[in-house]
Design a protein around this ligand. Sequence first.
Ligand code: HDE
Length: 783
Amino acid sequence: MSTGQRHNALSSTTNIPRRLEKKKRNTMSAVMEKVHDKLSQAGDAIQDSSLLSNAKVASIKADMVDGHAKSQKMTTDFGVTLPETASNAWLRVVDGEGRQGPMLLEDSIGREKIHRFDHERIPERVVHARGAGAFGYFKLKESAEDVTHANVLTNTSLTTPVFVRFSTVLGSRGSADTVRDVRGFAVKFYTQEGNWDIVGNDIPVFFIQDAIKFPDLIHAAKPEPDNEVPQGQSAHNNFWDFNILHSEATHMLMWAMSDRGIPRSYRMMQGFGVNTFTLTNAAGERSFVKFHFKPELGVHSLVWDEALKISGQDPDFHRKDLEEAIKNGAPAKWDFGIQVISESQQDAFEFDILDATKIWPEELVPVRYIGELVLDRCVDEYFSQTEQVAFCTSHVVPGIGFSDDPLLQGRNFSYFDTQITRLGINWQELPINRPVCPYLNMNRDGAMRHRITKGKVNYWPNRFEGTAPVRTAEEASAIPAYKEYPQQVVGIKQRLQAPKFKEHFNQATLFWNSMTAIEKLHIIKAFSFELSHCDDEAVFNNACARLADIDVELAKAVAEKVGGVMPDQLSGSRRQNHGKKSAFLSQMVFIPKEPTIKSRRVAILIADGYDKAFVTAAKAALTAAGAVPLVIGPKRSYIYAEGETRGTKGHGVWADHHFEDQRSTLFDAVLLPPGSHATSLTTNGRVIHWIKESFGHLKPIGAVGSSVKLVKKALLPLVEAADEDSREVVDSYGVVTVGGLDGGITEALNIVKGAKSFMGSFAYRISMHRCWERELEGLVDQV
Ligand code: HDE
């Protein structure tokens, strides 16, 4: 599309009256022309499907350099070529005999290098300091024009580039990924009408109702002030003290103590905008909205013992998981949905729809899924992209607005403000933050300004393009600018809360009642872990008393474990459980439509003497189904199969890892191939531990032929296992065994065939994520 055509297309979509458009074009400054040209290019890029997700990437290309110095000469920051010796030695005095004397301050090359290094760090985010990001796109599938005129939510032909940053809340930048915490889910849509940020979480509610409490909440949750302990943990006195003093936090605590607090992967979490925003349609009608993201792979979590161990074994677990999936061709995907309440229904609910500690139950307000979010591209450089990205709840585009949600309104101030501390006043000019559409105004100067705006004036209106004074109201309203909704506001200034904000327990109980038995067990265990780390009696007793407001059985189970006050020791009458449930709160309902093992990590344990045909075929079958099989052996080297000669070319399989550098915690399942290697593996404590630990973490275990004896050694009598000469596949609590492979390897390893085949049963178990029945029946505590 040519630039001229593009302009026409633009004016037709933006509804600017012809007269005004002509006038505008006539008076358009050279700068605006350039900006429009840029838009044309960006627009053209958007049309080009190969760059679908990359209109943003295209826009930052000019700022990218190849960091691999091999092909280039190294220079100073000001472009002068460096001598080879500069990387090794500071300029110094050397006497005639080669003895070193003092270094010289005059070495501007040395000084430049150290000076840049001294200032590499910027303040980390005050919350959500640790994160991981990726690029991708948003594809609208169904127009929401009945409720909004936002282009991004009405034009189904558009593909909008996005950048997403996931994060933990409490830990500092170098903390572990798998701690129990809320996860941030922040999405920047680079729309053609400006940047739109949804700065959400993986949990749909929040601890507090009013922004003014946020600093106290975070002070209490972060490491304690006297000794800066603990790092990235909520299991300490101050966290629980604050939250129990705020009964409004009760609902959020239930979510945070559920498995939502320890996701298996960023790719397997829901995302929620949490706050109530508004939408306005072309007719000027306003409604209230909440934003949702539902993961294609289902909602899955780690188990707590596993999460604890991964924190030490691989603190970058989630960060690496996102990268591994994208690089292996498994882009992360979510359905995007909206929950909408019309203005007339604002007061129709027993909760206040502006209260961020409440969900809008989906039975009452169904989610309308209208689009898809896809992350398919890893970042090029962590600092300039993931670290420097700056999200703001106040970044909305025409057709989307704010509500009087008191948390949101505080956030609208906070995000803007915090970026100045982190990035400086020109943070919006950074490549990752600037829009892909044209932008121009008279905001100028400030530290680190790097955009160059040409022209004679830096104020508006001005004598060059002063159209504003002559614009009629009609003309002005036809410009597709951001317009605030003309909301009528009448009232008395006071620091008070609306009555419905004062009810704090109904939805906490609703959440508890809606959990499956296994989820309830996990919640009890989570509360018990956290409160056992609180050594102040007042804190754990108050917490146990609070639980009695949610459900007596829950309170009893936790109090018993942590030595807290039992519900029947409490004075006064307690709330009764209302018995209501919702079908949309258990994460167990969010499973993929079709069973899938896409991006699941499977460890294949071998030693010299394994059955090569099996290992090769199993790897191929798993890979074909989208899983990530990795071979683990006694050492990282070639491991030789039965009948192979060590050191012979073409023999052996390369082990990706050895038994000690990777642990069972880092995999979703373990596969034990047949072969004479089983004999040596039976006496390998690390391997037996691997099997027991996998069992304890509820992971599927598959064993074939002679390797069945490994399972027997590690897990009898907890499970049943196939006889070594039996051809029947036995699935006992997700331990899938078969003595021999019938009908040939291919059939036995056919994942698609499912049920009867060994691999079909094993893969099905992997697709179900974890074997919960082991825990329900108390087997886990016995390994
Ligand atoms: Fe944030 N929050 N927040 N928050 N938040 C920040 O902004 C704040 C809240 C969330 O990946 C900060 O740029 C206040 C709710 C995410 O860069 C800061 C209040 C939700 C991220 C800030 C809240 C969030 C932040 C720190 C209460 C879920 C990471 C650095 C009124 C809907 C974004 C920054 C990223 C980050 C303030 C509550 C999510 C200080 C005052 C509720 C995902 O501005």
